[in-house]
Design a protein. Structure first.
Length: 153
């Protein structure tokens, strides 16, 4: 499906619109929390029908991913894999904030701090089985800030 803006050759180009909101999401410790609907609410409120939605987490010990939204075993397998790949042990120099802090920083480097999703007909253009998740890498829960920026027409 292709969407294009059509206008006559002498018409002035449309000015892109911008809309931004900061979401505050409380996490419950190490977990993947889906928040696709909250981001879609921001897209809907923007009034933008065609464009891009950028989602950015303002933290270094949590991350964002787009992943399977139907079978929770996929998320559990991802958590187990990353825990084995980046163990919480005493081998890190940075340890002032606890044994889970440096592994959380490494895990966020291996995943994403931002995601960009096309907006088509005023909706996030995610696939049928895709959801947007905040991945908390710390043992304790935290209040996380996620900036949602929608731009387009």
């Amino acid at each position: 499906m292709t969407h294009t803006n059509t206008r006559s050759a002498d018409a002035a180009p449309a000015t892109p619109q911008h809309h931004q909101k900061i979401l505050r999401i409380q996490t419950q410790g190490k977990s993947l929390g889906r928040f696709t609907n909250k981001v879609q609410e921001v897209v809907t409120a923007s009034g933008i029908r065609t464009g891009l939605c950028t989602v950015f987490i303002r933290h270094t010990s949590a991350s964002l991913i787009i992943q399977e939204n139907a079978d929770p075993d996929v998320l559990k397998d991802l958590e187990n894999f990353l825990s084995r790949l980046v163990p919480e042990d005493n081998s890190y120099i940075h340890s002032m904030e606890g044994p889970d802090d440096m592994p959380a920083h490494i895990r966020s480097v291996l995943t994403h701090t931002s995601e960009t999703i096309p907006v088509v007909d005023g909706r996030l253009a995610l696939g049928t089985w895709q959801g947007l998740y905040l991945w908390e890498h710390r043992t304790r829960g935290s209040a996380r800030e996620v900036v949602v920026h929608v731009t387009g027409y």
